[in-house]
Design a protein around this ligand. Structure first.
Ligand code: SAH
Length: 247
């Protein structure tokens, strides 16, 4: 009997030690995972973004800061820092990191800028923009994606991003005009409302063209006129209306 009592007296601290070490291992492994994501993210920025010619320090630091692995579905977390777009469900994709950085850099954002994004998708591009600009207004036509992105961005503490569910072809008249507009889905022609909602001196980057291959077009509004420049061939998902018809 006396022997059993001794054993049970030992079991209590043993249990405590075991459960404490369990939480310790859990904390250490999650810190290691976070660190390994950071290593992968820094490598992504070096090899995919800086190596391809992106130089703007504000873009480089935003790309190093925003955790792309939080914006992709669980099954793709291990590919989050690869040089590729990834599926985010509903037939849509999160853009390749280099394209996100390139489109952000070309907009030459200032800390006081107000930016409109068409095609919220995962919310990743919006987060990158929000690290640099004063405010980001982003529109997504698929309600489930818009809601999911809105919740995630809120959870991550972004107070300068507003997400709206709706058709971005029409822009966001209540908040117009914008210093910069970034379109991450592709219409066949540039939507007139977006041209109108660009401020004087404003910049727009938009993929324009047919279903699988488009030209990324950069526009600047000077004295009310739009100056256009084609910058590279790209492949984006189409811009659609609320019935799913391609614009
Ligand atoms: N910027 C996103 C990538 C989005 S992919 C990211 O960082 O993850 C393009 C998105 O545009 C898709 O989610 C698609 O549903 C959306 N889209 C297509 N047509 C649209 C429209 N008319 N208005 C708003 N969003 C649209």
């Amino acid at each position: 009997m006396a022997k059993n009592k001794g054993i049970s007296r030992m079991i209590v601290p043993l249990k405590l030690i075991l459960s404490l070490s369990f939480y310790f291992i859990l904390a250490v492994s999650s810190a290691c995972a976070k660190e390994s994501f950071e290593i992968k993210r820094n490598r992504m920025v070096e090899n995919q973004i800086i190596a391809r010619g992106v130089t703007a320090p504000h873009v480089i630091s935003a790309m190093k800061k925003v955790e792309r692995h939080l914006f992709v579905p669980d099954e793709y977390v291990k590919f989050a820092y690869n040089d590729t777009p990834l599926s985010i469900g509903y037939g849509q994709t999160i853009s390749q990191p280099y394209i996100v950085a390139y489109m952000t850099e070309i907009l030459e954002l200032k800390p006081s800028d107000r930016v409109l994004e068409i095609g919220t998708g995962s919310g990743y591009q919006a987060a990158v923009l929000a690290e640099i600009a004063e405010s980001v207004y982003t529109i997504e036509i698929v309600p489930q994606l818009g809601e999911r992105a809105g919740e995630l961005l809120k959870k991550l503490g972004y107070k300068n991003i507003e997400v709206k569910i709706g058709d971005g072809y029409k822009g966001w008249i209540e908040h117009a005009t914008f210093d910069a507009i970034i379109v991450t889905c592709s219409p066949i022609n540039i939507p007139a409302p977006l041209e109108e909602q660009l401020a004087e001196g404003g910049r727009m980057i938009i993929p324009v063209g047919e279903r699988y291959v488009q030209q990324l077009v950069f526009l600047v509004k000077k004295e009310g006129k739009l100056i256009r420049m084609k910058v590279m061939a790209v492949s984006f998902v189409p811009m659609v209306d609320e019935k799913g018809e391609i614009y």
